[in-house]
Design a protein around this ligand. Structure first.
Ligand SMILES: [Zn+2]
Length: 488
């Protein structure tokens, strides 16, 4: 296969035990070209304003589809910096696309900015909500949005000054946490026509990964029955809760007959109000995942039969509301090598003793080993396995154009994701440094893509091979509307 003969040159390097690591890929640091120097200096010079934006989005902490102010903050900044911004794309008021430049290549950069419910946290190393039950940036999407925006602007400044051809498209993608934003933007064609796409995520490690992610369908089921007194005349009742429970029993038996890569999870959102009233309404929420889209679709068909069976058994009726679905992520080695070479060039964020002590205090408070924040760079390796992971709507973009990824440290080693401790670090100096580093690496990589058409050619050749003859088909029904929430 072209991919193995042209792109795969694993370096056999000795580890401490003298064993070879056959998965290691040798990548040298990228060169600091004059173009990159200009972009990096621009980012350094604007660090204070960019940190303010990061802090502001961290404070706003708006959850999926409610990111009105966060999206506006980034949109108006991009407009001020000369981009043409289209707000409210794909029928989502908090989605936007910012464009600068003309001609080819067209480089996409993804930005996210949604927070998570219930994770409100001050920037102190012990659990202390700013406001009880309020949202917080437990996944660092404030940094995600700010760094991507900063990278787009830095590239644009250099392109403008040096008269480089090409287009930069910054995508403001809402509702990543509910796996919604990019799926609707992809279905409606907003990622069409890109030469390649850059994205990243705040992390506990500094790395470039070639891992995939799980494909998924998520949907809710409501059962409708008939209520009655649970002791007086239960024979007159048809329990909607029974239907949910029987559906779940069926699903749990189904697991044995799915491939080991399948993952099914559920929660019951509504199951009645009192034990002595037979529930005439029940509602559950399901995720069906597997290593690829085809497997998810096969599993999903079987899950639908079980739900129908549960309704038959209980003489209830039901309604399925499809929420979202995604593909598995297609990694791109040719593009990732460029990102990794620029990670080696720019280097990992350097943290002060005070910041490390802040991180160690978090670890101490969580009963974890006090290792602080990671400052090294993980080796660049071929993936060991590509299953058993979460799902991301970035996967949709990876089927429409070659996509690369990057992780930069913003949280202490070994601490959980989607956690108050991540919120504590994301809006202060640790998060700001993560933002600056990620922006520098993305800007430097974007300039490499612009200046070397042969890189994009290689990325696209690899992507064509991986994609094969599969055409992108949105997991969403064509008439499905995004779950928009009104401005508060
Ligand atoms: Zn995230």
């Amino acid at each position: 296969m072209l991919l193995t003969t042209v792109f795969f040159f694993p370096l056999f390097t000795s580890s401490e035990e003298g064993k070879k690591d056959p998965l290691l890929i040798d990548v040298k640091p990228a060169k600091l070209t004059a173009l990159k120097k200009e972009a990096l200096s621009w980012l350094d010079a604007n660090y204070s304003e960019l940190s303010q934006i990061n802090r502001e989005i961290w404070k706003l902490a708006e959850v999926a589809m409610e990111e009105y102010e966060s999206a506006e903050l980034l949109s108006s900044y991009l407009e001020k910096m000369g981009f043409k911004v289209t707000r409210g794309v794909a029928d989502m008021p908090t989605a936007f696309v910012a464009i600068w430049g003309s001609g080819d290549p067209v480089i996409g950069i993804l930005a996210e900015y949604d927070a998570l419910p219930g994770l409100s946290q001050e920037d102190v190393p012990i659990k202390k909500p700013v406001l009880e039950e309020a949202p917080g940036h437990g996944c660092g999407h404030n940094i995600f949005g700010t760094a991507s925006t900063a990278a787009a602007v830095a590239i644009k400044q250099v392109m403008e000054n040096q008269g480089l051809a090409g287009k930069i498209k910054l995508f403001g993608c809402p509702a990543e946490e509910t796996v919604v934003g990019k799926v609707f933007m992809a279905r409606d064609g907003f990622f069409d026509g890109l030469s390649c796409c850059i994205q990243w995520h705040p992390s506990g490690v500094n790395d470039v990964s070639l891992d995939s992610s799980n494909a998924m369908n998520q949907f809710q089921v409501e059962f409708f029955g008939k209520t009655a007194h649970a002791a007086g005349d239960p024979w007159h009742a048809r329990s909607a809760l029974d239907a949910v429970e029987l559906a779940n029993v069926g699903l749990n038996y189904l697991r044995e007959h799915l491939k080991p890569t399948a993952r099914i999870h559920y929660v019951i959102l509504k199951g009645g109000s009192a034990p002595n009233v037979v529930p005439d309404y029940a509602k559950a929420w399901y995720y069906v995942r597997d290593i690829d889209r085809e497997s998810v679709e096969r599993n999903y068909e079987r899950v639908l039969k079980i739900i129908e069976g549960a309704a038959l058994m209980t003489e209830t009726t039901y309604r399925i509301t499809f929420i979202s679905g995604v593909h598995e992520f297609l990694s791109n080695r040719a593009g990732s090598e460029v990102i990794y070479s620029n990670l080696l060039l720019v280097g990992a964020p350097e943290f002060t003793e005070e910041e490390q002590e802040f991180a160690r205090t978090i670890q101490r408070n969580l009963g974890l080993e006090e290792k602080g924040l990671k400052t090294g760079i993980e080796p660049f390796r071929l993936p060991e396995r590509s299953w058993g992971s979460g799902s991301t709507d970035v996967a949709e973009v990876s089927w429409l154009t070659p996509a690369t990824g990057l992780g930069i440290v913003f949280k202490p080693e070994g601490t959980p994701g989607h956690h108050w401790s991540a919120v504590a670090c994301g809006g202060m100096s640790i998060g700001h440094k993560c933002m600056l580093t990620a922006a520098k690496i993305m800007a430097a990589s974007g300039l490499d893509f612009l200046a070397h058409p042969e890189i994009i050619k290689r990325m696209r050749a690899e992507w064509e091979v991986k994609k094969g003859d599969k055409k992108y088909k949105s997991p969403l029904p064509s008439n499905l509307k995004p779950p928009v929430k009104p401005k508060k």
